[in-house]
Ligand binder design. Structure first.
Ligand SMILES: [Zn+2]
Length: 123
């Protein structure tokens, strides 16, 4: 059994979420800046630079995947912060049970209790 979070615990987790949000925003910002600069460089690059371009494409794919992950996490972090605001933070989105402090400390943006999360992943 888990107990509801105290106000202090919610505030601590909120601080973690805020810090994570800032970090993700910064990472996504860097990806965009890097992308813009590459577009500029690509436009002025000589046509025969195939090897460089292929390498670049592979790097872009990795970066895009990372950016998507960051973006997904950012969405989850924002949703968690909204739930801190409306007082529903810490309750499972599916069943309403308390998610539990240990799980929230590991994943402050968790939307579901471990039971519901496990079921979701098995579907
Ligand atoms: Zn649940």
């Amino acid at each position: 059994m888990t107990t509801p979070l105290t106000e202090t615990q919610v505030q601590e987790l909120r601080t973690q979420l805020e810090a994570r949000k800032e970090q993700l925003l910064q990472e996504l910002d860097e990806v965009q800046v890097a992308h813009r600069e590459r577009m500029k460089a690509a436009n002025s690059a000589p046509q025969d630079a195939y090897a460089t371009q292929a390498n670049q494409v592979a790097q872009d794919a990795v970066r895009d995947a990372e950016a998507r992950r960051d973006h997904d996490e950012l969405v989850a972090v924002r949703a968690a912060l909204e739930r801190v605001q409306d007082g529903s933070y810490g309750a499972c989105q599916e069943c309403g049970a308390d998610i539990g402090l240990a799980r929230l400390q590991a994943f402050p943006a968790a939307l579901r209790c471990i039971t519901c999360q496990t079921q979701l992943e098995q579907r």
